[in-house]
Design a protein around this ligand. Structure first.
Ligand code: 13P
Ligand code: SF4
Length: 336
């Protein structure tokens, strides 16, 4: 944000202004658990990737203000093309999205026409358009288990999530070599030191973490599953191996408990905070609501191709889809 714009915001009651604008524009504010507490607290709904996709699909607001990263806002636009979707900072990307360029992925996909392409939602609309079914960390296991046992699968872009899913489901999958820079930043040595200090505390970890971190976890799941575990666990102290802003929701719901973020490389760096999510701020949310910019646009042909695998996920995740015969349901996608 440039200095002149910043000056023009001085003295504004941002919370009041955002509340006024959301009423005026019939806007809904969605926030991922990795956003800062101020954004989580002003949001109409805070959730994981699957929950936010569902919310985006069912809201009757005219405007969706998405406090999250670009691929999430893109999903909202794909599911609700008639709505205006704004992202407070258009540079809020994702290292997993960056690790999977659409043309390379299209070639990979085309090189394996007998494989079904299961793609983690953390990717661009163009990569979604090359995919058969989109998954989130909370829907992936269910979706894999719903596929015929002899169906060959390729999984992109997160190799750690893919490896964990292979272990969980006993299915072999061809993995794309992508990672999340945030979940890769946890240090096994520092985690072991922390566990030694709190031997009673279970470790809850996100499956985007590498195996050497997951090996020390008592629970592995999506952000909403981690939150549920942290609140329901009888333990008074929980070690949380995912982006630490989720701890805000834990502390709000269970103020008597202690939640400790798993450490990064030197035991105290903030390298496990998502730098992309951090680009969104209250100031930028206010400006986005005021100007209805920056706006997410997805060309209609791309949108329709990305919608199909997203809708399959939403259908299978809610138990609706039953016909999973690959040859009929999932015609091979060309690598254009
Ligand atoms: P979930 O909220 O679906 O667990 O995803 C975590 C994440 O990394 C989002 O970018
Ligand atoms: Fe992407 Fe990782 Fe940030 Fe999630 S935490 S948005 S996967 S970089």
């Amino acid at each position: 944000m440039d200095a002149r714009l910043r000056d023009s915001l001085t003295g504004l009651d941002l919370k009041a202004e955002i509340n006024r604008l959301r009423r005026e524009k019939n806007a809904i504010i969605l926030a991922h658990y990795y956003q800062t507490p101020d954004l989580q607290d002003i949001a109409d709904f805070v959730g994981d990737s699957l929950e936010l996709s569902r919310k985006a699909a069912e809201t009757d607001a005219d405007v969706i203000a998405f406090c999250g990263v670009r691929f999430m806002a893109e999903v909202a636009k794909i599911l609700s093309p008639q709505k205006t979707v704004i992202l407070p900072d258009m540079d809020a990307g994702c290292s997993l999205e960056d690790s999977c360029p659409p043309d390379e992925f299209g070639r990979f996909r085309a090189a394996h026409p007998d494989h079904l392409s299961l793609t983690y939602i953390n990717c661009s609309a163009a990569v979604k358009a090359h995919s058969d079914i989109i998954v989130t960390s909370s829907s992936a296991e269910k979706i894999i288990n719903a596929l015929p046992k002899d169906q060959k699968i390729l999984f992109a872009p997160d190799k750690h999530l893919g490896a964990w899913l292979m272990k969980k489901t006993g299915r072999d999958m061809l993995l794309w070599d992508g990672t999340c820079i945030v979940h890769e930043a946890f240090s096994e040595t520092e985690l072991l030191k922390l566990k030694a200090l709190h031997p009673e505390a279970p470790v809850a970890a996100h499956p985007e973490c590498p195996a050497h971190i997951l090996d020390h976890a008592d629970m592995i799941g999506s952000t909403s599953a981690i939150l549920k575990f942290a609140l329901e666990s009888p333990s008074e102290t929980i070690i949380v191996a995912t982006e630490p802003h989720i701890i805000h929701q834990m502390e709000k719901s269970a103020p008597g408990k202690t939640f400790i973020g798993a450490p990064g490389a030197d035991g105290k760096c903030s390298c496990n905070m998502c730098p992309f999510m951090a680009l969104n701020t209250m100031e930028k949310l206010y400006v986005a609501l005021r100007d209805l910019e920056p706006r997410i646009e997805v060309p209609d042909d791309l949108r329709l191709r990305a919608l199909l695998p997203l809708n399959r996920m939403l259908a299978i995740a809610s138990g609706a889809a039953t016909d999973l015969t690959p040859a009929q349901t999932f015609p091979p996608v060309t690598g254009d």
